[in-house]
Design a protein around this ligand. Sequence first.
Ligand code: BG6
Length: 493
Amino acid sequence: MTKQIDPCTLVLFGASGNLSRVKLMPGLFRLDAAGRLPAEMKILSVGRGEVSREAWLADIKGMLDAKFKKGYDQQVFERFIERNFYHANPPTDPNAFQRMKETLSNDKVFPQNLAYFLSVRPSDFAPVVDQLAAVDLLNEENYWRRVVIEKPFGTDLPSAKALQASITKHLKESQIYRIDHYLGKSALQNIMLQRFANTLLEPIWNKDYIDHVQITNTEMLGVGDRTQFYDATGALRDMIQSHILQTLALTAMEMPAALTPEGIRAEKIKVLEAIRAIPVDQLDKHAFRAQYAAGEVNGEQVPGYLEELGDSSSVVETYAALKLFIDNPRWEGVPFYIRTAKRLHEADTRISIRFKKSPLQIGDGQDQNWLMLGIQPRECIKMEIQSKIPGLDINTRTIQLDAANRQDGDESIDAYEALLLNLMEGDNSLYLHISEVEAQWRLVDPVIEAWAKDRQPVHQYPAGSRDPEASKVIFEHEDQFWRYSIELGGDAH
Ligand code: BG6
């Protein structure tokens, strides 16, 4: 169902940065091509440097050329380019925001509903909101005003609370759009639908049938040129604090009373708040960290993290795994193992659920059932079941039912495209509520703190390898192990 979008202006802070080049501008272009932008909609890019409109439009063309190598529709391009303007906001100019207000006040050009996308350094989120308020650009008396805060929302619970306190001096919760781009992925939205729209799945989605759940996000990429950012962040903050805990929330939450934004958020908040605190005095049994060493990825020799960083004393993790328990009737006693890594053998995001032993055991070593929801690169649902090997004897083997969630001709929509559209529609259900952000920091903060204090050299794994053997310390039972691939045989251990 297509929702009505009011004429609006998107004010894009940090417009010449990487996110804007690779995701936001191309995403807006694709929305335009799909006919989803209101005819009057404008985009005002804000950057520190003085750039003429002409030069900025040429820059946008470069972004689109780089993204859409196969070309794009010329007519859409002309329409899109006409929507774009540039405003220089030099940090040294005390009147920059006043001048921006004057630019925006030209209502013949700029619709007065304003969405600000802050793709800036996290330390600038609060000051930019203060400045917008100071020149009365957040006032919703006649038009709506919305602010998107890119991740991370704080670097721990106290800083997230401080940021919240600062921006809520000027904004209501309904005006704040906190991004976790994973929520814009169709495959993540599908978790909830597959669970609750299938009689086959929901009745067995609990402690009576499930042995444990694994939520995995591994990448083959290393930290690239983001070494400084990464060393101040680490895998736990970068991936687990939001993307993976959000995936867990969708996997574990109760069915919302209604599929409304409020209904979904309420259930996610409840389940996130029901995750048991990780006991810091037994951290070794609940959390594991490691760093990639030099190794081979896709046939190419790659350096280790410490070499890339140029600092051998860093204890920042590029691999992080946690064991979590959810204290509610559905999940009592069921471990949730979550892990993320850079430079592993495979790029894979998925939920793998292992079921309990079946009542009928034929011989030793009969595999247990697995159900897997593939998020990326393949969006699929897979089920491994036991089946008789044809022949004279009664023996079983594992076979896999494998269904792709994507079919030929399905739309392929980038997470940011979906989120930008929701922003203009005024639907913040795929953005984070402050209670979710707080629950997530509350959970990971003690581990981050303990790890930062422990300066012993961190376990190393060769780039391109599978999970470090030592990570198995977090398993509750000896017969539990990492599912290393979504393919049949990916549970060999
Ligand atoms: C970002 C992290 O939030 O998500 C990156 O900062 C990570 O380190 C990226 O690579 C993964 O996103 P996606 O959409 O490629 O899975």
